[in-house]
Design a protein around this ligand. Structure first.
Ligand SMILES: [Zn+2]
Length: 82
């Protein structure tokens, strides 16, 4: 009789366990929107020299206000002779 009780407890525990797993909803996709840094909605500029796109805050501008991807391309100027 004692073993029957143990078996009954094990069966109930197994049923509850399997039912819990069966009904468990799949974890929601952990897709986080990066709203904190604001980089996503920042305006993108194309380097006047090589054309690579970069955020406005990272662009280097020359006296005429043309954006460049870096100091080297600002010094090189607009797309010139290769
Ligand atoms: Zn460039």
């Amino acid at each position: 009789m004692k073993y029957l009780l143990v078996i009954l407890v094990l069966v109930v525990a197994w049923m509850m366990g399997s039912r819990g797993r069966g009904n468990a909803a799949p974890p929601p996709p952990t897709r986080r929107h990066r709203t904190g840094d604001g980089a996503a909605r920042e305006q993108m500029l194309a380097c006047t020299h090589c054309g690579v796109h970069l955020p406005q805050s990272e662009a280097v501008k020359d006296a005429a206000g043309r954006p460049y991807c870096g100091e080297a391309h600002r010094l090189a100027g607009p797309r010139g002779p290769a």
